[in-house]
Design a protein around this ligand. Structure first.
Ligand SMILES: [Zn+2]
Length: 382
């Protein structure tokens, strides 16, 4: 069902039609009219980064720390005074800015964020399962797959938008995925897709050159693993930044996983700290890329989560039977992103719309690959 032969034929046609195009970052005249019309008035993005912070609830994104969880029970917080000092503020606006300074200070200010249920903005997953693999598959393929009903499903049989873009002219060797969770090796299925993947505790790729690389390599090999299948966000970030500087990907996935792990462990203090740190790591990636001429003002970030979680005592959990865990949030900033700020009301948006959005931002029509995909969040379905 992968349709490899069809894809190859499409790619060949594409390469014949677009032969004159470069595969680097030189500006090109053409773009996606829909993106231009609905976006910031500029050209389509040259690079898109899809960033997922695993299992972060809309409640924290829009309201900041939840006072009911800054507690021993049900929050699992020992030093409640310290955590209140770090994250409690009188208003929701102040609390969310303290928790996610980059998301609120840059992304939502210059771009858009959907998913504030309280304000009538509905962003949800359509897979019905409300856990990770089905969610990542939905956002990467554009349509849920009922066969994928466990995280241990194994190699993904579907063609993701990342795999499809890699076949397009100008993207070969420029599509990569980094994630702390080892299951990204299945989700992106690099053997089949050709997408470069670095996941979990895999040793850092490439030759060890200098002292910094040696240190990172050592830490990957020698640090005691708290989770067998998930490395620390900070470790992955070092490998990611090195890769971005060296290989300059045009389509990049980044998956931060600590937030979900600490929530399952009922540690609201560490859940908040890892969420705040993830926001800081995203800001660092943004600054790094904006400092590189080929990315500056040509790079769009999509920041989202793979599923929500329950509320009250169920805040630690998510899954098919957990009420409210279908609610997510989706934010976007950069060329092509609508400047709507925090959306109130409006039509519901879905996780399945992300795949076509990634392609559309790059001026590519994903429906050629997956006609069942949900329409992009920007522009209109071609
Ligand atoms: Zn989880």
């Amino acid at each position: 069902m992968r349709g490899k032969a069809g894809l190859a034929a499409l790619a060949l046609l594409g390469s014949l039609a677009l032969r004159a195009q470069d595969d680097g970052f030189a500006p090109r005249a053409q773009g996606n009219a829909a993106v231009r019309a609905q976006g910031d008035g500029g050209a389509a993005a040259r690079a898109v980064v899809l960033i997922v912070v695993d299992g972060v609830r809309w409640q924290e994104v829009f309201n900041g720390a939840d006072s009911a969880l800054l507690t021993r029970r049900p929050g699992g917080v020992n030093d409640t005074l310290a955590i209140r000092r770090e994250f409690w503020r009188p208003t929701a606006t102040e609390r969310r800015s303290a928790l996610f300074p980059f998301l609120w200070g840059t992304v939502a200010t210059r771009g858009v964020i959907w998913g504030n249920v309280t304000e009538g903005s509905d962003a949800h997953v359509t897979n019905g399962l409300k856990f990770s693999y089905p969610g990542y598959n939905e956002m990467l393929v554009g349509v849920p797959d009922q066969k994928i009903d466990k995280n241990e499903y194994g190699p993904n049989p579907n063609v993701t938008v990342f795999e499809w873009l890699r076949m397009r002219k100008g993207f070969k060797g420029r599509v990569a995925a980094f994630g702390t969770w080892s299951v990204f090796n299945d989700i992106f299925n690099p053997k089949q897709s050709g997408v470069f993947v670095h996941a979990g505790w895999d040793p850092p790729p490439g030759r060890v050159k200098g002292a910094t690389e040696r240190t990172i390599d050592r830490l990957y090999r020698t640090t005691i693993r708290y989770w067998d299948d998930n490395t620390y966000d900070a470790f992955m970030q070092s490998v990611l930044l090195d890769y971005v500087k060296a290989k300059r990907p045009r389509v990049l996935f980044v998956g931060y996983g600590e937030t979900d792990e600490w929530a399952h462990a009922r540690r609201y203090d560490l859940t908040l700290r890892s969420a705040q740190r993830a926001d800081d790591l995203i800001a660092e990636l943004w600054r790094t890329m904006q400092a590189m001429p080929e990315y500056r003002d040509r790079t769009t970030f999509i920041v989202t989560t793979d599923h929500g979680r329950g509320s009250g005592d169920k805040w630690t959990d998510h899954g098919r039977d957990v009420e409210g865990a279908e609610q997510v949030w989706i934010a976007m900033v950069g060329p092509g992103a609508p400047k709507l700020g925090a959306v109130k009301g409006g039509t519901a948006v879905t996780q399945s719309q992300i795949a076509a959005t990634v392609a559309s931002l790059l001026g590519e029509n994903y429906f050629k690959s997956e006609p069942r995909a949900a329409p992009p969040l920007i522009g209109t379905r071609p």
